[in-house]
Design a protein around this ligand. Sequence first.
Ligand code: ADP
Ligand code: MG
Length: 773
Amino acid sequence: MKRWLARAVKAPGSASFAHLQRAVDESKARLEWAENLDDRALALAAQRTAREDAGSDGFTASPQLLAILATAAERTLSQRPFDPQLLACAALLSGNVVELDTGEGKTLVGAMAAAGFAAARRKVHVLSVNDYLARRDAEWMGPLFEVLGLAVGWIGQQTTPATRRANYQHDVVYAPVSEIGYDVLRDRFGTTDTDMVWPMHDVAIVDEADAVMIDEAMSPLVLAGSSREEPADFALADSLVRDLVADAHYAIDDDRATVSLTDQGIDVIEQRLGGVNLYETEHTEAFTRINLALHAHALVERDVDYLVVEGEIKLINTARGRVAQQQRWPDGLHAAIEAKEQLAVSAPGIVLDTITVQDLLAGYTTLVGMSGTVIAVAEDLTEFYSVRSGRVERRLPQRRTDEPQRVFTDDRERMDAVVHEVSERHGAGQPILVGTQSVAESEQFGRALAKVGIDAVVLNARNDAHEASVIARAGEFGAVTISTQLSGRGTDIRLGGAEEQDHARVAAVGGLAVLLVGRSPSERLDAQLRGRSGRQGDPGSTLVFVSTNDDVVQANAPAHLLEKVRRSGSRLDQRTLADIVDRAQRIAEGIRRDQHRDTWDFSRALSRQRKKVLALRGEILSGDLTSVALETRMPTKLASLEEASSPQFVADLTRRVALWCLDEQWCEHLAHMSEVRDGIHLQALAGVNPREEFHRVVLEEFQGFFDAAYENAVGILEKVTTDQLLAGFEALELRRPSATWTYMMSANPLGSPMDRAGRQAGRWLRTRVLKIE
Ligand code: ADP
Ligand code: MG
């Protein structure tokens, strides 16, 4: 408790909202005035007041505006905002990231702030975590916007381009951050205005701000397109490695990052292939596929890293414990996993462009956010986004008790202890939420509980809407729910069921018990799970059952401490063990922050270049820049083409060819830079600072980028025949990918084992199939 307090008070980068309290207090005196306005007058008053409040040096919510927003909320949603909600709303409007505990009503806070911005003629994106929440919140809060004369819409994965375009014109759009990112990426490849959907980057209000702005900030959103190559033959590679035996035929290194064939393993495979030598160049491709197949078998785990749903591989975003939609691993690995699961192998592809969540967010004029856990990352938010964060106190005092963690050195014992604890509490009817670190683990605990006759609902990252309905009932008398870290996020767990019909009985048996099995890579994620209990002044408790075998501990605790545990194990006292666990988590947090900084640094240079390319692309699209640039390079050819058709026809053709060349050039630059980045850590061995070296190379390689693109366009246009000219752009067969999809990558520059394997696959694809390098 003391530690928490110290951190809350001292937290660097955190702001106080005390000065905003006055407007909240004074808004009471204006309520009667606002309540007496009819809908139309209320809308007009909102616009007038909001425009006044949005001064040239930032937005300051006036008491009038807060009274109007409160009145609109009460009139349309029957929710009269509580004071902390009004304070949080004022804090958002003045440009902050706000910490407000789970269950305090951030959905309404975000909507009121969105309405305030929108009434001042700003375009607002409320960024949700998933489609389900975007839709739920837009529909739930819809009446609030309508009464104020504001148009609202939402966007999800299934939304058509036409609806997206229409929605982006609305005052307020609810959407997952990834959908907006993919729209930005897809727009980037549009060749005419009507291809594009035009998301506007004015105001972003980020829900679950720490998750989006920190945990996922560096995940690149990757747009990939199909190449015209045949799917590689992974079935053969798969059959070759299927029955290999760990340690004999292949070895996995200590951090489970890489796997390699032993000499014996290589012998076996060479024999199976009829006595070839795998190290000969003609077998390079086969060898790469064999390694990927091995990686798929030895290191990528079904139900932990991915699910198989209706014949398709669905990636699990391990940070969120959620299924990632429309995402694949870079091709080689994806195909290898498809072969492992004996599914149809999909066609290979090529990366067209990428943008990180942080880049995307940084593009907004105003960026604010809200979450139950912000203060712990206040410093990072300032460093990476130049925003301040602060906490708004909860309305009712906290009545939850957090019991000290219990550390086990044996997984079996931990399992028994969890089952015992659940049985005891369940016997009394107390609802219990068990949070595990993976889908596989949640199923394991589900089975263990079933054995003692407890029927737990296991949530396993398969469907957001379904999860929300299950989570909504997790507070019922006698409910036992097992989930991964954050499943069902955004859904309120009310005591005694969704309508709180049984609240008193459940409160009497202690409210919701949250049981954490293992610790997350950050205390903040643990706190989010804990926050499920004790909402709105309810009673509740949290317990933590850690095992020293948990990944967080094994991967992060210093070696000498792990050694101590291995030697003395259960003889160590709880305090020593708890210290080791806490330390491992702190180290994990530190590593995360360093990685964020590194990746940000790596991506910054590229994002600047991306901006330049996009600016030129915009000019080519809208003007006649191309003709000017090409005029000097190939005057005679252009003249003859114009003679054969018309100046306008040629202008259009050259424009499209130039766009195509520019886009190609960018793909290649990206591919090349990701190669450089992969190799850059080796520079450290040679005594070179990898960051400086990377920046040097990025700049150097970008030299002459535009000239090269134009030269390429000249090369293509010089060869154009009159027949082709008359047949138009299509006759040149400069095809664009017919389908696009997106990839998920983690933030780490050196990558998770998966990313590394993925990049290895990408490298193979580029060098061998697409012959880019
Ligand atoms: P958070 O996102 O902060 O965890 P939610 O926005 O999901 O919380 O809201 C939690 C619950 O509180 C919702 O069921 C909502 O209807 C309710 N709620 C929020 N604000 C109010 C209010 N002012 N009056 C009554 N109920 C409210
Ligand atoms: Mg919420």
